[in-house]
Design a protein around this ligand. Structure first.
Ligand code: HEM
Length: 187
């Protein structure tokens, strides 16, 4: 994955737990680089090692780290670094979600070697939808939940997210029920 992902993990840890903890995590994960270059590619395994080491050092489950990372990605990385791109994809939670299937096509113009996830929307109602998440990567469902909660905060629209489809013998992707019936969009 592009270095900006690892940089965002570093930023999440340093902001919330301090640089000393980051140094411990970096060493435990066996990262030799002093810093990550945003637009350079790194092995996915390195990012997974960072999440595993963060889980051990901070005493949180990998899922909790991934969820926090998802929120941080939206509220800090995306909003501060790519505000125009975020705004161009919707002014409300439902609008943004309906545009999510196209989102990484735009991101890929900035990062040509991107291996993005693929999203599809189905079963839309005025206050909910099913979000289908396709990827060749394993174990990032909690990241998606965190991303969706981050979007809810960004749009000041409380959301509930429930995974209703699981990758396995019968299904090749995950499905999330996203519901914002308690939010301003429902008013
Ligand atoms: C400006 C905002 C965004 C940027 C710049 C961005 C960029 C990226 C980058 C660089 C990666 C790593 C993949 C690679 O390097 O090959 C990635 C992965 C990912 N992105 Fe985005 N992204 C953004 C917003 C979003 C949003 C809004 C969502 C969904 C709500 C999302 C969902 C994901 C997921 C789930 C992955 C993990 C990779 C996988 O599942 O295979 N991203 N994105």
């Amino acid at each position: 994955m592009y270095g900006m992902v690892n940089r965002a993990v570093e930023d999440l840890v340093c902001t919330n737990f301090g640089e000393e903890k980051w140094e411990q995590i970096r060493q435990k994960a066996g990262v030799e680089e002093e810093f990550f270059v945003s637009n350079e590619g790194y092995p996915d395994a390195l990012t997974y090692r960072l999440v595993g080491a963060a889980s051990e050092v901070l005493g949180l489950t990998p899922e909790a780290i991934l969820m926090a990372f998802g929120e941080h990605w939206i509220l800090k990385t995306a909003r501060e670094g790519y505000g125009d791109l975020m705004q161009a994809h919707g002014r409300t939670m439902p609008e943004f979600l309906s545009n999510l299937p196209n989102f990484h096509t735009r991101v890929a113009l900035l990062f040509p070697k991107l291996q993005p996830p693929r999203f599809e929307v189905s079963d839309s109602t005025p206050t909910s939808l099913h979000l289908h998440y396709h990827t060749h990567r394993l174990g990032l469902e909690a990241f998606v939940v965190g991303l969706l909660h981050g979007l809810g905060k960004m749009f000041e629209t409380p959301v509930t997210v429930k995974q209703i489809g699981f990758r396995g013998a019968d299904l090749d992707h995950a499905i999330f029920l996203v519901d914002w019936s308690a939010g301003p969009a429902a008013a």
